[in-house]
Design a protein around this ligand. Sequence first.
Ligand SMILES: [Zn+2]
Length: 167
Amino acid sequence: MDSVILTARTLREKYAHRPAAAFIGPLLAANNIRLDIWPMQTEKFAGCLWKNGDEWTILLNARQAQPRKLFTLAHELGHYFLHRHLKTHFSCNIFPTGPVSRWEREANRFAAELLMPAGQVMRWADTSPARAARHFGVSEEALQYRLRSLSAVRSGGGKYGPPAEND
Ligand SMILES: [Zn+2]
């Protein structure tokens, strides 16, 4: 298991089977991370994470749908837990159309594992996607993408396999 998944899984295990809506608040508080949500002029900007003095802040664009806001928040937490020793400011468009940097991909993988842990998601595979999406607080699209990625990994890769990790 690589360090991105391990970090997400270790954090998630602290909060057992609680859904994201119940553990994100305590997770922010435990790490002293401030959260601000503000309606931006553009929908392209998803969120950012930055350090001011000793304090870290996550800013989310309020103009995103709720499930996307939660994914952005988990993505910024990914930068905090994986990359905060490398940089003090991360500005993110989570669903860009162009190429994506390695750090952005790592933060997305962290967010997927934090919000939809592999071990829990597979148990929901045979139930209604809408019910499962509500349980995890994500969009149905995100949940189905996650299920396809996980089954591809189990069956040895394929169309929906994870991106190459050779950079
Ligand atoms: Zn990012």
